[in-house]
Design a protein around this ligand. Sequence first.
Ligand SMILES: *Cc1c(COP(=O)(O)O)cnc(C)c1O
Length: 359
Amino acid sequence: MSGRPRAVVDGLPQYKPGKSAAQAAADHQLDEAIKLASNESSYGPLPSVLAAIVSEANTLNRYPDHRSQAVRDALANKHSVDVNQVTVGCGSVGLLQQAFMAYVDAGDEVVYPWRSFEVHPVFSAIAEAKAVTVPLNGQSFDLEAVAAAVTDQTKLVILSTPNNPTGTVCSTKDLNHLLESINSEVVVIIDEAYLEFVTDESVANAVTEILPQHSNAAVFRTFSKAYGLANLRVGYAVGHPEVVGAIDKVALPFLVNGLAQTAVLASLEPQAETELKVRVDEVISERSRVSTELEAQGWPVTPSQANFVWLPVEEQAGALFQRLESMGVVTRPFENEGLRVTVGSPAENDRFLEVIGPR
Ligand SMILES: *Cc1c(COP(=O)(O)O)cnc(C)c1O
């Protein structure tokens, strides 16, 4: 025994990362495998963003700008908000962790629908918070039940929309309705990691359609998914200056590395936006092709607004995952619930569809 971790840390499961494509190929004696497990972009970084990152690489001996000031200015400009309404973090998961540090004491309540993003129970446990989970209604959030779960002890409400792993969204109208019923002392995080893939017209821009009416709402976004920058770890939040200020106070020094800052600035240029649209459009059309073909093969598929599809196969999830992996397609199982499969390139999707076959 070396050291005495806090009891809550002792009780946490050891992180077990998903298998890489190379590891899966080696384990099953295959020439190669593909990974559709982490909702990454299959396309690589945007060409104009990659060029900017490469030209910045010779500054790696210097610490980056601690506050990412140029990035904050550019994001404030993009969203037409004051710069003190924007913060930047080590992925949007890093910002979520900061929100826990800033708001949640031991015994406080944190409300979120479940099944949702796996970090919510982990961050709640580390904070010694009481995690109040609200069951899904089918595969979607039940926002009335979320409202009913909020008490005087609630500090945070976390809503991932589109939800991971079910791919469903909350409409802007429903979110505003929910916020009207929640005490403004409760911070409501609207985690929009997959926003770029949303085509549902009931979803409007939360920054302009929710934040102005609700000072306790905060919108979290990331460059990890559509922008193809998962490896750089950068996301941001937009909210009331007091919320942003609290989140900022607990930031690690030099939190966002300089290559990531350069990448964000390049990502906001018109050239990058044009490059982004081409890929996002392809993912959206592939999402519908994959969903339609899966349904035709007899699989249950939840209509998705993200860059993945959700197969609620329940107790078959584990075996289906194993079978796909043994044939070189690594996906993400949720035991007894379902299988989440990232929408990859057209060739990767073809391979997945061929390997899964009819139910
Ligand atoms: C991927 C993801 C994020 C973003 O993670 P980063 O830390 O920005 O890479 C946030 N929320 C959900 C629900 C996600 O699936």
